[in-house]
Structure formats: structure tokens, C-alpha cells
Design a protein around this ligand. Structure first.
Ligand code: DQA
Length: 147
């Protein structure tokens, strides 16, 4: 069982990118933390970072039947990533949108996500820990029934 972790434009330089806003964890640190959370269920993670919207669209297509859920930080594609939105609309499993920063405490252009209406849930403003929370949410939504 595999979870898809997608990070969009400008997230490949996490750790070095405006760390006062985005923190010091790298995209690899984040992938490890998600792998760590889902390991308890015996799940794996396929982690993809792409600066191009088309690469993210292809990643969603490539993994749409082989993953049980997804965690998506679309970066600035949150505001106008219509192709990514359509790819996620065709993604059959639950997915969670994550933003490291509290986008509503920032510039107005970050206040609206074209993706969020399709997400099972959204985690914002909790830094890299937000990805762990999203992973836990997927365990809850897609994991084995505890009864
Ligand atoms: C971000 C927030 C976006 O507005 C921004 O364009 C990013 C990162 C976040 O994780 O806080 O690239 O998605």
C-alpha cells in the first residue's frame, strides 16, 4: 500500500527557502517524516517534487490507481493550477492539501485555493508537522478498520 506525496514549485529548495516562513526541513526530511507516520500501517510513500505543473499532473495520473491516498502541497499552483485541479478531480482516492505557512495570514493572493474544494481536508500553517498530520488523516480515512 502506497501513499503519494506531491510537492509543487519552489518546494525543492525547502530548508534554504525563506526559512523564517517555511522552516528548515528539506523536502527529503518531509518525505521521511511521512514515511515514518505511515510505516505503522506497513505503508510506503512515493515522494515527487516538481517545479512544473505538467510533471505533477503526470505524477497524479501515473499513481492514480496504485496509491491509497495523497498529500499535496501545490505551492503557488494553489492559486491557478487548473490542470492540477482536473488531474486531482480524476484521482479516485482521498487526498489532503498541505501548506507549510498560514496562507490566510499572508498576502491576499494566497487566500484562495482552486484545489481545496476537492480535498478531503486542508492543513495550513503548522510547518512540516502539517505533513505528519495529513499522513495521520490518510491512515484514518483509508486505513484498516480498527474493529
Ligand atoms: C505554500 C504557500 C504558497 O502560497 C506558496 O506559493 C508556496 C508554499 C506553503 O507551503 O506554505 O510555494 O504552499
Amino acid at each position: 500500500t502506497t501513499v503519494l506525496l506531491l510537492n509543487g514549485p519552489n518546494l525543492g529548495i525547502l530548508g534554504d527557502r525563506e526559512p523564517e516562513i517555511y522552516g528548515y526541513d528539506t523536502v527529503d526530511d518531509i518525505a521521511k517524516s511521512v514515511a515514518d507516520e505511515v510505516a505503522e500501517a506497513g505503508w510506503q510513500v512515493v515522494a515527487i517534487q516538481d517545479d512544473h505543473e505538467g510533471g505533477l499532473v503526470q505524477a497524479v495520473h501515473a499513481h492514480r490507481r496504485s496509491t491509497i491516498g495523497a498529500i499535496v502541497n501545490p505551492g503557488a499552483l494553489m492559486m491557478a493550477g487548473w490542470s492540477l485541479r482536473d488531474a486531482l478531480a480524476a484521482y479516485p482516492a482521498p487526498w489532503i492539501e498541505v501548506h507549510l505557512s498560514n496562507v490566510w495570514a499572508r498576502e491576499r493572493f494566497r487566500h484562495e485555493s482552486v484545489l481545496a474544494p476537492l480535498a478531503s481536508g486542508v492543513v495550513v500553517g503548522l510547518g512540516a508537522f502539517g505533513y505528519r498530520l495529513a499522513a495521520r488523516a490518510l491512515l484514518e480515512l483509508c486505513g484498516p478498520d480498527p474493529t
